[in-house]
Design a protein around this ligand. Structure first.
Ligand code: NAG
Ligand code: NAG
Ligand code: NAG
Ligand code: NAG
Length: 522
C-alpha cells in the first residue's frame, strides 16, 4: 500500500535545527547532580564503573561549600585535575550511594496470599512464592532527612514506603511501578500499593507531572503514563472510592500535562488530530549515563550533539531505552544505530494507546463520581483518540498499527511489540465484530511471531540494544496477554483456525492455567 502522507501544522511542531535546544534547562538545577564542571570532570574521569554511582552519592556538606572547595582546587591546579585528585575530592565530600533509606519491611506482607493457592503447577507456585518473598527485600522507606536536607541528596523525597526494582536501581521508577502495584495487589498488600499511588500523587502536586524515577536527574522527563491505570487496578480490588474522590483532580492534572506538553497537531485524512509523543525539554547528557552520552556524541557538531542528547533523554522517557524503534537514518528510514536516535520524530502507537485507556478510565471515574461534564470531556477525548489511532496508526493492508515517522511522513513498518497496544487498549471501532482481531492474528502469523518459546520478541532487529530482539520484556508480554484476553472476550479466538501449523513450537501466549491460550484455539 502507498504510504500515508500528511502535512503537519508547522505552528505546533518544528522540525528545525535552529539551536532552540540551546535555551533548554539542564536535567535539573543542581550543579552537583545535573550540570556543571564538577559533574563533567568526575564522570569523564570514569571514577566508577557506572556513571549512576556518582550521581547517587550523598553530599556530606552543603553543596555551595562543596562547589567552593572545587573552585578553590581548580584555581590552584593549572590543568585538568588528575584522577587521583578527583578521587580524593569525591571521598572528602561525598558518602557512598544507598544512604537515604530506613530499614523497612511492609506491614501488610503475609505468608499465604490466596493467589499462591490458586496456582496448580508446582514449579510455578514455587516461583510465585519466591516472587512474593521479594517484596520484603525490595521495600524502602525514605528517611525524613531527605526531605529536610534535600540539597544533600539526589533522591527525591516521597512520603510513603515504596518498592524499588533493585540492583543499581535504588529509587522508584514510574512505569515499572504499574506492574509492581499489580503484583502487590495479587499479594494482598493493598496498603503498600496505595502508598505508592500516594507518592505519585504527591509528585504531581510538586512537579505537575510524574518524573521518570525518584532522582533529581529524572526531574524533567517522565515515563509512560500509567498512574490512572494503577488507580483503576487499586480501586477494582479495594473499592476505595473516598481515595479516588480525594485525588481525582490530580489525575486530571497529569492528563493535562500529557495533552499540553507532549502533543503534536497533525492533519490526517482531512482531519486535525492531536496526538502524543515523547519529548524531553532538557539539555545536556543524561547525568546517570554522562560519559556514555558524551562519548557517543564525540564526533558530532555542537548542534547535532545537543539534538542527540535531547533524543536520548526522550528515548529514556519512552521506557524503551534504547531501541531500533527510535532510529531514523539520514534518509528518513527507520534504520541506523544509537547515534540515529530520533525519538521525538516518532509518534508512538503504545503511548497513544495508554492515553486511550487513561481517557476511558477517567471518563468512568468522573461518571461514578457524578462529574458529568468532566465525564463528557473524557468521552469526547476518547472518541478523538480512537479516530486518531485509526487515521494515523492503522494500516488496513497489513492489518496492524504502526508508529508514524515525522521525518519521512510515513509509517515505520517494522514489527515492534508495541504495534499491538491498541488491541490491549481496545482503542478501535470496527464495522464487523472480530474483524480487527482477525487481521492482527493474520499479521502475527505472517511475521512468524507466534512461535517463540519465551514470548513475543520486542522487535525482530538484533541491534544489541535492550529493547530489541531477542529480549521479550515482561510488560510487553503482559500487555499482549491482556490484549488476547480482550480479544477472547469478543469471542473471536475460537472462530479462528490455522491448519498449516501443528504446534510443535510453543507460543509465548500459552501460559498454563491462563485462558484463553492461542495454541489451544488452533
Ligand atoms: C514531511 O512533511 C513536512 C510538513 O508538511 C514537510 O516539511 C517535510 O518536507 C516532509 N518530509 C518529507 C521527507 O516528505
Ligand atoms: C576557598 O578558598 C578561600 C580563600 O583561600 C577560603 O577562604 C575558603 O575557606 C575556601 N573554601 C573551601 C570550601 O575550602
Ligand atoms: C509545560 O509547558 C508549559 C508551556 O510551554 C511550560 O510553561 C511548563 O513548564 C511545562 N510543564 C512541565 C511540567 O514541563
Ligand atoms: C540500513 O543501513 C544499513 C547500513 O547503513 C544498510 O546497509 C541497509 O541497506 C539499510 N537498510 C535499509 C532498509 O535502508
Amino acid at each position: 500500500m502507498a504510504p500515508k502522507s500528511w502535512s503537519l501544522l508547522v505552528a505546533a511542531f518544528c522540525l528545525c535545527h535552529d539551536g532552540s535546544t540551546m535555551k533548554l534547562p539542564p536535567p535539573c538545577d543542581s550543579y552537583i547532580y545535573c550540570t556543571g564542571e564538577l559533574l563533567h570532570q568526575v564522570q569523564m574521569a570514569k571514577l566508577f564503573n557506572d556513571d549512576k554511582h556518582f550521581v547517587d552519592m550523598k553530599l556530606k556538606i552543603n553543596p555551595d561549600v562543596v562547589l567552593e572547595a572545587y573552585r578553590n582546587l581548580t584555581a590552584t591546579s593549572p590543568t585538568r585535575l588528575t584522577k587521583e585528585q578527583l578521587k580524593l575530592f569525591v571521598q572528602t565530600y561525598f558518602d557512598s550511594p544507598g544512604q537515604e533509606f530506613e530499614k523497612w519491611t511492609p506491614g501488610d506482607w503475609g505468608d499465604h496470599p490466596r493467589i499462591l493457592h490458586k496456582i496448580s503447577d508446582q514449579k510455578l507456585r514455587l516461583w510465585a512464592t519466591e516472587l512474593h518473598a521479594l517484596w520484603k527485600s525490595l521495600g524502602r522507606k525514605i528517611k525524613l532527612d531527605v526531605q529536610s536536607h534535600a540539597e544533600l541528596y539526589s533522591q527525591i523525597y516521597v512520603p510513603k514506603p515504596l518498592i524499588v526494582p533493585g540492583g543499581r536501581f535504588r529509587e522508584f521508577y514510574y512505569w515499572d511501578s504499574y506492574w509492581i502495584i499489580k503484583g502487590l495487589l495479587l499479594s494482598e498488600m493493598t496498603e503498600t500499593a496505595k502508598g505508592m499511588i500516594e507518592n505519585f500523587l504527591y509528585l504531581i502536586q510538586r512537579f505537575e507531572f510524574i518524573p521518570n524515577g525518584g532522582r533529581v536527574y529524572y526531574e524533567r522527563r517522565s515515563q509512560p503514563p500509567f498512574l490512572v491505570l494503577m488507580m483503576d487496578s487499586y480501586i477494582k480490588v479495594t473499592n476505595d472510592r473516598a481515595f479516588l474522590r480525594q485525588n481525582i483532580d490530580l489525575l486530571d492534572k497529569e492528563y493535562d500535562f500529557w495533552m499540553k506538553n507532549r502533543t503534536v497537531v497533525i492533519i490526517a485524512g482531512g482531519k486535525t488530530h492531536l496526538v502524543n509523543r515523547y519529548i524531553v525539554e532538557a539539555a545536556g547528557p543524561r547525568p546517570e549515563s554522562y560519559s556514555n552520552d558524551v562519548d557517543l556524541a564525540k564526533t558530532l557538531t555542537e548542534a547535532a550533539r545537543r539534538d542527540l542528547w535531547l533524543e536520548l533523554k526522550t528515548g529514556a522517557e519512552s521506557g524503551w531505552d534504547f531501541s531500533s524503534r527510535w532510529f531514523i537514518d539520514s534518509n528518513g528510514e527507520n534504520n541506523g544505530t544509537l547515534k540515529d536516535t530520533k525519538t521525538k520524530y516518532i509518534l508512538p502507537v503504545d503511548l497513544n494507546s495508554v492515553l486511550c485507556r487513561n481517557e476511558r478510565i477517567l471518563a468512568m471515574f468522573h461518571r461514578e463520581l457524578g462529574n458529568s461534564l468532566k465525564a463528557q470531556y473524557y468521552e469526547e477525548a476518547l472518541k478523538s483518540r480512537i479516530a486518531a489511532v485509526r487515521d494515523i496508526f492503522w494500516d488496513e493492508t497489513q492489518g496492524i498499527w504502526f508508529d508514524y515517522n515525522l521525518m519521512s511522513n510515513r509509517s515505520n513498518t517494522a514489527f515492534y511489540a508495541s504495534n499491538l497496544a491498541p488491541l490491549w487498549a481496545e482503542c478501535f471501532t470496527e464495522q464487523k465484530p472480530g474483524q480487527t482481531a482477525e487481521m492482527v492474528i493474520h499479521y502475527l502469523e505472517e511475521q512468524q511471531l507466534l512461535w517463540y518459546s519465551n514470548g513475543i520478541p520486542t522487535s525482530l532487529v538484533a541491534s544489541g540494544e535492550q529493547w530489541d530482539s531477542p529480549n521479550a520484556w515482561p510488560p510487553l508480554q503482559q500487555i499482549i496477554i491482556e490484549a488476547w484476553q480482550s480479544l477472547a472476550r469478543r469471542q473471536l479466538g475460537a472462530s479462528h483456525s490455522s491448519k498449516h501449523r501443528n504446534g510443535s513450537k510453543q507460543t509465548g501466549l500459552c501460559i498454563r492455567s491462563t485462558k484463553p491460550c492461542l495454541r489451544n484455539t488452533m
